[in-house]
Write a protein that binds this ligand. Structure first.
Ligand code: NAD
Length: 262
């Protein structure tokens, strides 16, 4: 009745936005959830518990800063201690900084590489052995349409998102004859706090309303003129966890309103 009953999903950066949408969708399918991320986690925990209520799921939280290797080691060890093992790993935590390369603060570059890319290497290397031993696992990397194409002023972000698609392919190949799959999801614009900051900056820079800045943002890149939603991305993650996706390996699947088709 619940496709993921008995499985445990760790979703990094799941106190907000896309990560919370994915955690909620996996909970609805009966997976136990380990939440992670900054800020309020009690509200997100309630939302996820509610989604998995009928399946009587358990929801844990770990406040690891995924830019720190020691925190990630503790995160994976805690998940194993609390739930047995991580069956589904969603590498979602991510940050953005917008500036031309010559003005890009080196410390922002380092932080983006650590959070958007290196963290996925560390969670994956630590979670994989238990998945391999069970001969079942799902690793879902939240890349971006910026893993497929570039935009100006996003050097670090674009570099990490292209990088995580490369990592996805290697992990998929190394496990291709097993029950462990690894795929990437490449969203276009999703109206989360990460994008709201870019809308606000655009409105302030041009002296235009928030609504006009939003319209321009979508119009420049996303042919559908619609945001992708965390709920839609959650359902794509559920598909990757389903038996129908057993042989989907190393894919970089865009959900971007036609952005990369141009
Ligand atoms: P968001 O800002 O709403 O959420 C980011 C989450 O990551 C939060 O829970 C935050 O606490 C957590 N986080 C940030 N730094 C962290 C750290 N060092 N350690 C642990 N957790 C940390 O952002 P979002 O838009 O939901 O983005 C989620 C992912 O989706 C990111 O990887 C982002 O690049 C990707 N993405 C977003 C969009 C979009 O349009 N919003 C598009 C494509 C891809």
């Amino acid at each position: 009745m619940f496709m993921l009953k008995g499985k445990t999903a760790l979703v990094t950066g799941s106190t907000s936005g896309i990560g919370l949408g994915i955690a909620t969708a996996l909970a609805r399918q009966g997976a136990n959830i380990m939440l992670n991320g900054f800020g309020d986690w009690q509200g997100p925990r309630q939302q996820v518990l509610e989604a998995g209520k009928a399946a009587r799921i358990e929801v844990g939280y770990h406040g690891a800063d995924v830019s720190r290797v020691a925190d990630i080691e503790d995160l994976i060890a805690s998940a194993a201690r609390d739930f047995g093992r991580v069956d589904i790993l969603v590498n979602n935590a991510g940050i953005q900084h917008v500036a031309n390369v010559q003005d890009f603060p080196p410390e922002r570059w380092d932080a983006i590489i650590a959070i958007n890319l290196s963290s996925a290497f560390h969670t994956t290397r630590l979670a994989l052995p238990a998945m391999q031993a069970a001969n079942w696992g799902r690793i879902i990397n939240i890349a971006s349409v910026h893993g497929l194409v570039a935009s100006a002023q996003k050097a670090a972000y674009v570099a990490t998102k292209h990088g995580i698609i490369g990592l996805t392919k290697v992990v998929a190949l190394e496990n291709a004859t097993t029950g462990v799959t690894c795929n990437a999801i490449c969203p276009g614009w999703v109206l989360t706090p990460l994008v709201q900051k870019q809308v606000d900056a655009k409105a302030a820079a041009q002296g235009i309303s928030n609504a006009e800045a939003t319209r321009q943002l979508l119009g420049e890149k996303e042919p559908s003129l619609q945001f992708t939603t965390p709920e839609e991305l959650g359902e794509l993650a559920v598909f990757f966890c389903s038996p129908a996706a057993n042989n989907v390996r190393g894919a970089a699947w865009n959900m971007d309103g036609g952005w990369a088709a141009q």
